[in-house]
Design a protein. Structure first.
Length: 62
């Protein structure tokens, strides 16, 4: 899955080194969403909402 990182104004922008291609899975958004427009992702005990916009773009919010 390819996503845009969340950037908070108070956090400095830090890019992590790129991972080798064999360590990255590609998951289609069709299989991830399965006819839904939004889903919740739990990470480090917090929930994030990933949704498809009317313009067919992805938004990740906390």
């Amino acid at each position: 899955m390819h996503s845009t990182p969340v950037n908070h104004a108070t956090e400095p922008s830090v890019q992590e080194p790129a991972l080798p291609a064999e360590l990255v899975d590609i998951i289609s958004s069709d299989s991830l969403f399965a006819q839904r427009k939004a889903l919740l992702i739990e990470h480090n005990g917090q929930q994030y909402r990933l949704q498809i916009t009317k313009q067919n773009k992805l938004i990740l919010t906390k």
